[in-house]
Design a binder for this molecule. Structure first.
Ligand SMILES: [Zn+2]
Length: 80
């Protein structure tokens, strides 16, 4: 789990409306190696602690990993 579609301001886990947009570090494991991605915007349930990552969060995290050359599938392209 961990990746959920945004659900109209309700927690996908406990259905609580007590969720807020937060910005926190998030661990990622590209290729099995632990990487901390800083300042990832996402929604957090303050009742059960469930986090929801929407499309923007995923794009942000992928961009961070790509910048560090940590994405498993890196496109190799010859550019002259
Ligand atoms: Zn919850």
């Amino acid at each position: 789990m961990g990746i959920n579609i945004k659900l109209l301001g309700r927690c996908p886990d406990c259905d609580s409306p007590n969720i807020k947009d937060v910005i926190e570090d998030r661990p990622s494991f590209p290729g099995g190696k632990k990487i901390i991605i800083p300042n990832v915007p996402h929604e957090k349930c303050f009742d059960c602690g469930e986090r929801s990552y929407d499309h923007n969060s995923m794009v942000y995290m992928e961009a961070f990993l790509a910048k560090k050359n940590l994405l498993p599938r890196v496109k190799k392209r010859k550019t002259g």
